[in-house]
Design a protein around this ligand. Sequence first.
Ligand SMILES: [Zn+2]
Length: 520
Amino acid sequence: MRGWRNSLSGRTHRVPANQIAMAGFAAVVELVPRPGHLLSNQVAYEVEASYAEQEYQPDEAVTGEVQITTSEPLVGRVRVVAIDEATGLRVYRELFSVRFRRAGTKRIPFTIVPTPAPNNSYRVVATLFSLDAPHDRTRLAKATTEFSVHAAETPIAPLPFWLSYCADPTCGGQPPLAVNVCPETNPSCSPSRQTTVVPLLDGRQINQVLFPIQNPNGTGVTATLVSGSGSVIGSLVLSRTSPVILKSDVDVTLSYYNVSPVWGGTTNLEFVSVTLTSAEVVTTVYRHPTFLVNDEVTQLHEQSREIISGESQIAGIDPGQMHAIFMPSEFATLGEGNFSTGNLNIFMNYANPPYIDALGSIYAVVMPRFAHEYVHELFSEVAQSHPGNYDCLNEGLADAFAFAAGFLPEQDFGPVGLRGTDFNQGCAAITQDPEIHDAGNCPFWQVHRLGQLSQSFVASVLSPQHVIAFDSCNLTSAQTGNALIVLFSEAAGVDMTQAIDMAEIPNAGSYEAAKQALGL
Ligand SMILES: [Zn+2]
């Protein structure tokens, strides 16, 4: 064996970083044979080791191939070892026999089992030995290559349009929201302890947060806004910046998940996301790590799919694959946190554990609202069929449609409006101070009272025969009354003047008269 080292001209080919994901990279070592060992001066051996990939996920089988090329007949063995580059320990060793009757190339596949531990790099060395004589094991060629195994980097979860990730811990250099917490009995106290509250999604700081300050000891606390952009309502902190500097000598907990502050340090309000994909919808659910730990995320995704396919089928409209985000109260820093962009995005606020307990389930909280928001997505596809101010028609249809489709409970539709109006008494009361959902729902509620609010009815109102310009929020206008008579009558297939009379909206008195008044 003496002298073999000099006979190797090992040219170790390392994988350049920018090629790391490229498949089929081969490390090549060429051998200059040991003088005298081989009969011919022209003989060359070549070993290549290559991998399907250079990067592997944990538990993914690491597979590769050693390619042996010889210009001579050869009986030999290939030894393949994998070495952990951090520890220098060998994590895999295998011997393969090779037999060449003549010059040629052979490929030897191999699989490294068990999969090496993640977050490490591994060096693989394939060495070709000659076995021409039983005791003359001569190293003929060697090839080296590398692969790494690492945990998948968490993909960056989408955020609703009102939130963004912070590029730095000050989140763009805005002053943090400062809040003092004092006992109710001493609301102007000067707390001596403070913590920096950082809201995080998948470990990335976000720029806004909403959280309650809770006192597990039951005694009342008062929170006061000291400075910064945001507000404090009762014990609820709404911060338009991040982080939040909270001072308190009371042992409060933060958020609906009772996070204990790290006094004199940083308190992470950590949330994690899960994304599930289907043809109908890409669903992302944010949750506190302690919450929604069973099959709730899958259920939210599956129920979203069911609502999308059900309502899309009733409407005969397919806007395309939706993107839905389900978030806890902590992320709902804009409005109620329920939005449809009309552009394939739906944002849903599933509230918080106490609210969910009060309503019975997360699905009861959020899925009827999702069914409502998805109707807005359908509406936006045909908005050109509803010229004029369609805001109230859009809101009314969103509830009426979701109700007719079986995805929204009746009490969410009527008869009691958001402002407490009883739709069974007509809609005149709404005209004093119209609220868009109430002004929208009330005329549809009259259709329901008349037993005409079917799935085909709501689909026909969504995609009407006649395109009529009217202000759907003006329930004192005869133009509105006549437009609704035409839309509702053509959708129901019967004269629906009675519904508009019950809604107390001025009108021409019949379907024919309404058409005439509108010049149709
Ligand atoms: Zn709406």
